[in-house]
Design a protein around this ligand. Sequence first.
Ligand code: SF4
Length: 218
Amino acid sequence: MRQAWLRKRLELEKMMGADVLPRAQGVEAELGTLEEEVRRCQRCRLYERRTQTVFARGNPRAALMFIGEAPGQEEDRQGLPFVGPAGKLLDKMIFAMGLRPDDVYIGNIIKSRPPENREPRPDEIAACFPFLERQIELVRPHIICTLGRPAANALLGTSLSMGDLRGKWHSYRGIAVLPTYHPAYLLRSPGQKKQAWEDLKKVIFALAEGPPEPAALL
Ligand code: SF4
């Protein structure tokens, strides 16, 4: 089942006709330029030990964007986000939502792997965040689903716990944001999968019916 709201968006874009393709091509070109800039980036010391940067995967015109924390070992090796065991679980979650991984856009707050998979530090997040800001500006998702506390905290500029954040709609510059658990956490704590699925059902509903009104966002 493809989501009705996604279909509506594509129909609307088709009606707009000639403007759509040039914009899509423009977005892809700008994302390509940004990815090149990230590849050369030395704004924080994480560049010293990375194998390569990890920019994004998926559809640059997606209505739904997933944002995680930082690349892990497998992502650092392949240069793509969410390609290790946690990525495989994320793909399963996406299929369970009635979507395909190519229907969504997937990225991270940080583009270079922190050593030993430690949490990114505030100075590293601050250095890297402008790249994510630009990705969001270009992709223009209608809904963002953050994965794990560090991603939600960084995007929403808060230090609230996952318990306080997850399952509720928040706002990033007027875009509806739903924080849920990181799939790596779900692999360690499979008992929480039910709660994560409750969160994803809210995203499915919002994709079908449209995101919550801005006034309803925290
Ligand atoms: S984490 Fe971001 S800011 Fe730091 S070196 Fe990598 S791309 Fe640059």
